[in-house]
Design a protein around this ligand. Structure first.
Ligand code: ADQ
Length: 501
């Protein structure tokens, strides 16, 4: 079996005791089962760029990480990845901050990743690169003579070409991505947007819905929606229901229905729009007032990015105004928390709530929506109110789907959810559960890897074009493999997504 080499911006190092966000949750299981090498940033910012990756191992997985310098952390990670690419790819170009110096450092960090990763590669390794931080990595590896199969998966949406056009240098990013053999997306909409961008910015030719020809090579595209371990999440939620934290929350509600939102504090998650809709609901329906509580957990993330700080202020202001205007001496309509909450407690809160409110303005997938479904008690399930702009809406169409920009429609959906009878709640929940129950992150990962193998096998059978390198599956890689040592590294790290307590 070919060794799997996963590359992601952050690496969930066992020594750091991290429980990380979506990406790690999705990949941990696959890596544990299959073994392999996981390469990326350690989460540490240190003054000197180390010349060699640090390596530690756990089970069958070797973890190789490098630190970032303060300038790299600011320009590659905060500014270009989070401040430029994140809003651009979420179709929020007005929020993006482009600076040529950031773009230069972004490329330089990708080159450094490529340089250090290349020394660890073995013939036959399958390289799987993750997410928007590492768009130029496949091209940087190819430039160093790496001929192994390379797959890339984008966890966030891909914007349409007219939106992308707002960003300088986007054409070179699209060209770089085309150095991969397989490029995976969460939805067919994202895949279609990328294919259109490859045609208009890079001059690629789309020869089938899932195939592009570029520079004499065939590049495969695919849709691989990220999944959760639904059964284990369901068990965790059921176990947590009777826990002290959940019972304390239940007691504090005094019989009121709970609406729950769980997000990272992020401009894409539609948090302001959610509070506006909740206010509209309470203003419209006297009989709902006093009988409902919204618990919004909006865990602080990316504190160094200005727009995130501004959102925090706006949200605090809006929440304070809502409680001051509509609250009563014995009733506070909204509880807003910015501290992250442990996964187990989140699962229990989901099970206690009558409504799960998941209303991003744009989201690659949104695992919270799937977790909400998994957490419900089948005998008395809550109702999922879901933005139609989350990738998850494609699979979870039995939810109440809303447009988060339409305050009245969202308020009406909340009203409908709060009043929904048991029979309809059960039948909607059953459809939602059927959409997720037989899937898992491990199956998701295996299907991507199988597609990568197929894609490169097919490419290897193509007649070779002059000047186009052969694949590693045809011939051994030039670099001698470096033996990984099993020294545990003592590291602490702050999670890019959310550091859970
Ligand atoms: P994220 O934007 O981080 O991920 P999401 O998929 O919603 O978003 O959440 C990831 C994980 O973090 C989930 O397991 C969730 O329970 C947890 N989480 C979120 N908010 C939390 C909070 N306040 N407290 C505790 N836990 C919290 C990116 C993309 C998504 C995509 C994933 C995986 O933006 O669209 O679904 O990657 O591909």
């Amino acid at each position: 079996m070919n060794r799997l080499v996963v590359v992601s911006n952050r690496v969930p190092l066992p020594s750091a005791g991290q429980q990380a966000g979506g990406l790690a949750v999705a990949l941990d299981g696959l890596m544990e089962k299959r073994g392999g090498l996981w390469f990326g940033w350690s989460g540490i910012v240190s003054p000197e760029a180390a010349t060699e990756p640090k390596v530690e191992s756990a089970g069958a997985v070797d973890y190789a990480t490098i630190d970032l310098t303060p300038e790299e952390h600011t320009r590659y990670y905060n500014n270009f990845s989070n401040g430029m690419l994140w809003p651009l790819l979420h179709t929020m170009p007005e929020m993006m901050k482009f600076d040529r110096r950031d773009a230069k450092v972004y490329r330089a960090v990708n080159d450094r990743f490529a340089m250090q990763l290349a020394t660890l590669l073995q013939p036959g390794d399958l390289i799987w690169v993750h997410d928007f931080h590492l768009i130029p990595l496949a091209a940087a590896l190819r430039a160093r003579g790496v001929t192994n199969p390379i797959g890339f998966f984008l966890h966030i949406p891909f914007a349409s070409p007219d939106v992308l056009g707002a960003a300088p240098e986007v054409a070179s990013l699209v060209r770089d991505l085309l150095a991969a053999d397989l490029i995976g997306f969460q939805t067919d909409n994202d895949m279609g947007n990328f294919a259109a961008a490859a045609v208009s910015f890079a001059g690629a030719t789309r020869t089938s819905p899932t195939t592009l020809m570029y520079a004499g090579r065939r590049v495969r595209l695919g849709v691989f929606p990220v999944e959760i371990e639904a059964h284990s999440f369901a068990r965790m939620a059921a176990e947590m229901e009777q826990s002290e934290v959940c019972q304390r929350l239940k007691t504090s509600l005094l019989g009121k229905k709970l609406i729950l939102g769980v997000d990272r504090l992020d401009p894409t998650k539609g948090l302001m729009q959610r509070l506006w809709a909740y206010r509209r609901l309470l203003e419209k329906h006297d009989d709902i007032r006093r009988n409902v509580t919204l618990l919004q957990i909006a865990a602080t993330s990316r504190k160094e990015v200005v727009s995130y700080k501004e959102l925090r202020d706006d949200l605090d202001h809006e929440a304070g105004g809502l409680n001051a205007d509509l609250g009563e001496p014995d009733w506070v309509p909204l509880r807003l928390l910015s501290r992250p909450t442990v996964r187990q407690a989140v699962a229990g809160y989901m099970r206690l709530s009558r409504v799960g409110l998941v209303t991003p303005l744009r989201d690659g997938m949104n695992l919270v929506a799937k977790e909400y479904v998994a957490a419900q008690n089948p005998a008395d399930p809550g109702v999922l109110v879901l933005s139609r702009f989350a990738g998850a809406a494609r699979q979870l169409d039995a939810a109440l789907l809303v447009n988060p920009h339409d305050t009245d429609a969202m308020a009406d959906a909340l009203d409908q959810a709060l009043r929904m009878g048991l029979a309809e709640r059960q039948s909607r929940w059953r459809s939602l559960w059927e959409a997720i129950e037989h899937r898992s992150p491990v199956v998701w990962g295996r299907s991507f890897v199988a597609s990568l193998l197929r894609a490169t096998a097919a490419t290897a059978r193509m007649p070779r074009q002059p000047g186009v390198p052969a694949l590693a599956i045809d011939r051994p890689a030039a670099a001698a493999p470096v033996r990984l040592t099993r020294e545990p590294a003592e590291l602490t790290a702050t999670g890019e997504k959310i550091r859970l307590n």
